[in-house]
Design a protein around this ligand. Sequence first.
Ligand SMILES: Cc1ncc(C[n+]2csc(CCOP(=O)(O)OP(=O)(O)O)c2C)c(N)n1
Ligand SMILES: [Mg+2]
Length: 663
Amino acid sequence: MTLNLAALSQAANEARGLAMDAVHTSNSGHLGLPLGCAEIGAVLYGHALRHNPADPKWLNRDRFVLSAGHGSMFLYGWLHLSGYASVDHDQVKKFRALGSHTPGHPEFHETAGVEATTGPLGQGVANAVGYAVSQKMAAAKYNTAAHTIFDNHIVALAGDGCMQEGVAMEAIAFAGHFKLDNLILIYDSNDVTLDAMAAATQSEDAAKRFEAVEWGVQTIPGNDMTAFLAAFEKAKAATGKPQLIIARTLIGKGIPEVAGTAKAHGEGGAKFVDAARKALGLPENEHFFVSNETRAYFVEHGKKLADEYAAWQKTYEAWRAVNPTLATDLDVSVKAEVPADLLSKIPQFPADAKIATRKAGSDVLQPVAEAVPNLVSGSADLHGSTLNYINSSKDFTPSNWGGRNIRFGIREHGMCGIMNGIAYDGLFHASGATFLVFADYCRGSIRLAALSGLPTLYIFTHDSVGVGEDGPTHQPVETVSALRLIPNLDVIRPADPEETAGAFAAALLHKTGPTLLSLTRQVLPNLNDIPVQTRREGVFKGGYIAVRETGPLKLILLGAGSELQHAVAAARQLGEGVRVVSVPSFHRFDKQSQAYKDEVLPSSCRKRVAIEAGVTGLWWKYVGLDGKVIGIDRFGISAPGGKVMEVLGITAQAVVDAAKSLL
Ligand SMILES: Cc1ncc(C[n+]2csc(CCOP(=O)(O)OP(=O)(O)O)c2C)c(N)n1
Ligand SMILES: [Mg+2]
């Protein structure tokens, strides 16, 4: 089908007008991208993308990710013109206003048609790679010889900023290696970044860079709709490699005073919009103008999209009819259903088990993976240490897209950005692993998972100075607490194998945000003083009475993870009146009712001692001014883990001494 150039040029200019008026009205925002990429938007949303504005979650839609999230008015403008109910005319007018569905940068849960929360540059590229992974897995799992129900493309738009970010490059290398040919990345190559001309900070040959990591590359004039469509169609038809389209665009096109310069990036052009609107043929007295012709064009185009959608529905229904088991499986995946009794499917550990919680995690993962067939488990080249390999499956590879174990390579940030993409797509439950100390390499993506309410699962091991000989570079001390500060991230640090079972079940059943499991490298005793069900179910509440005092309550000992054992041992030594409270998850405990929290930590008992092999700061909120916290407010030491714990005072004796000083 040839392009209706006249109609699409007009739509492009009206989209420019929407961006100008929105930025002008809100007194903020970014004009450069929506103006510079208007022709690309027109071709995508007015012609090339397969989607259905009436069913934004259509399983086989092309996914579009605006990685350059600052250009949010690009997305809102084109979603509006396409007829997405989420972005009606009123929402465009309320760009960036309180309570609108057109926030400053695109937010996943705010606006139907927004496939990812973007703005932190580079993340969207990794998210798009995650979408591509998810759709490859879906095609492998659900397509049959007779019926193809997944054959879409993932399309992302990224600027110079995204291209400069490490997280994007990690994901790009991953995508090339894994031959994700369902992925098309459009590079808005406009030679300009925020501060200056891009030449001030970059001189690489992007085409060569992508070719070197096994991508197909085309370079085209990005404001030429015919050239862009030809490149896009070619990229869609290509197989064996992900595809880059370097679109050479003019940033701020339409505002000659700033176009092509860094002044066009943000709102710098806003003061020239009256003249610019006039030159584009937009009416002087009607802002947020959309012509009847453009409306009519998109209505017609919508009919074509609806026909394609209906044709797919037919295939889908036929597929369902002959593949009832697969259809049920897909329904479960779409709804992200996890068996409510997941915990009971995890066998109990022998009472004399003495294993690291990473090993317990490995044992727990196997029945969990069986009960949750859409769970996938990756590692940043550490499967052998993080022990999160799903034994009943194999590697995810270009010859086996159905493999449930993803080798992310040594790309922690990329891994977590890709996991977010898988989670946005929602068909697979994404888990990924590395050493806990490298969580800082992942933080940008973890924060976005928390912000976007994604149920990603981080299986991070080697979670304290207990790591030992590798030394302070590998021994987290501040990491767990730093992660606990991220809103909506559930950090669970289980104390033994049974708490680990509870932690995995809690994580899989938690759908409104990510969970991070902090697991040990070192062996821990099974805490048999505490009944098995108490340990397993206690995790769901985040904090619970692990050992109840005999006689009147005199003292409360608190602990988490590998240090709970010291609180339990100290309580045994201290005798009557001593309670032990396990706090595997601050996030969960803080959300319990006041009555429950008062029951676990009654305010009448102010003599409290907490212990954890990490920084002490956060513990004071449970311990209070009259209590004591035993922790590590310094970096670790290179020596055997047990020795380091001893030297840094993480022992049962330290708890006993602190308790005695209070009593
Ligand atoms: C991780 C991150 N760092 C910095 C920023 C602030 N920032 C927003 S846009 C931008 C420049 C981006 O340049 P480019 O992608 O070329 O966008 P263009 O100016 O072409 O629209 C910067 C530095 C950000 N959003 N995210
Ligand atoms: Mg740029």
